[in-house]
Design a protein around this ligand. Structure first.
Ligand code: BEZ
Ligand code: FE
Length: 299
């Protein structure tokens, strides 16, 4: 048992250290940087004190971060993944999204967006040979007043039926990703493949953390969207497939109810713009963009 005067002395020394570190940032000219670093100091110290962090645990944490750094390159970002599985990405998205009840909700950006996707015409197929059930996605982009937004840029990207994005394969594949522009009435539509649930990259330290804490590394089936238009806040979001078994266990906490959409299943036959010789699916996703107030929803 620790006697009381000893415990009080220890607490006093710990608090003194926290105050000293906080004060060391006092001369920071950038006000925001000063506030962030001082709050970080307070919370980090409070965390270490709450769990009574041991030296071996501190070493394990440093080893974890070192591994995250070594596995990170221009195709793999383990630190973003860590932020995702801790819910920090989704928290940041929520705090920075426009607070307009009518606007479509945002969700995590994820690591698989690629700049410079091909442009397609309305109704085109973005699958480019990706195996999977053909899936037609259509909707309308409007502002919160209900006015259609013509010429909105709609970026879409998704995984194949095995749960992999094109960038996860060797080579320079460009599949299941493209951008298109809404017509004069704000309408868009494209073909892709029915999305499947897939694991986030889990062969690194973040995967080990999920395994050690018995957490799932799965994401429910989804298609990514990034929608932008002049005078409007850029929306980064997904649509999720209603009924997916992982909806309530998304490894990165990205699911919100309003983004869960029915994907209707159809038999072979006539489909929008084509005849299909097997089963296909369709989803409707109407998108409402908030007015721009300098707020964007990344990460
Ligand atoms: C994704 O949906 O692409 C994703 C998001 C967060 C972490 C890993 C993958
Ligand atoms: Fe994804």
């Amino acid at each position: 048992m620790v006697d009381e005067p000893e415990a009080a002395l220890r607490a006093e020394r710990e608090e003194h250290l926290t105050r000293e570190v906080e004060a060391s940032f006092e001369a920071t000219p950038d006000e925001r940087l000063r506030a962030v670093m001082q709050a970080l100091t307070r919370h980090l110290h409070a965390f270490a004190r709450e769990v009574r962090l041991t030296a071996p645990e501190w070493e394990a944490a440093i080893a974890f971060l070192t591994r995250a750094g070594s596995i990170t390159d221009d195709r793999r970002q383990e630190f973003i993944l860590l932020s995702d599985v801790l819910g920090l990405s989704m928290l940041t998205v929520g705090m920075n999204a426009p607070v307009t009840a009518e606007a479509t909700e945002s969700t995590v950006f994820g690591p698989f967006f690629v700049n410079g996707s091909p442009e397609i015409a309305l109704g085109d197929d973005i699958a480019e040979g990706v195996p999977g059930r053909p899936c037609h996605v259509a909707g309308r982009v409007t502002s919160t007043t209900g006015a259609p937004i013509a010429g909105a840029r709609v970026e879409v990207w998704g995984a194949d039926e095995d749960g992999f994005y094109d960038v996860q394969y060797e080579g320079d594949l460009v599949q299941a990703r493209a951008h298109l522009f809404t017509d004069g009435d704000g309408r868009y539509d494209f073909w892709t493949v029915q999305p499947a649930a897939y694991p986030i990259p889990h062969d690194g330290p973040v995967g080990d953390l999920l395994a050690a804490t018995r957490r799932s590394h799965m994401r429910p089936a989804h298609i990514h969207f990034m929608v932008s238009a002049p005078e409007h806040a850029t929306l980064i979001t997904h649509i999720f497939v209603a009924g997916d078994e992982w909806l309530d266990r998304d490894a990165v906490f990205g699911v919100t109810e309003s983004l869960v959409i029915d994907f209707a299943q159809h038999d072979r036959g006539e489909a929008p713009g084509r005849m299909i010789d097997g089963p296909w699916s369709s989803a409707r996703f109407d998108i409402v963009l908030a007015p721009r107030e300098g707020a964007e929803s990344r990460p």
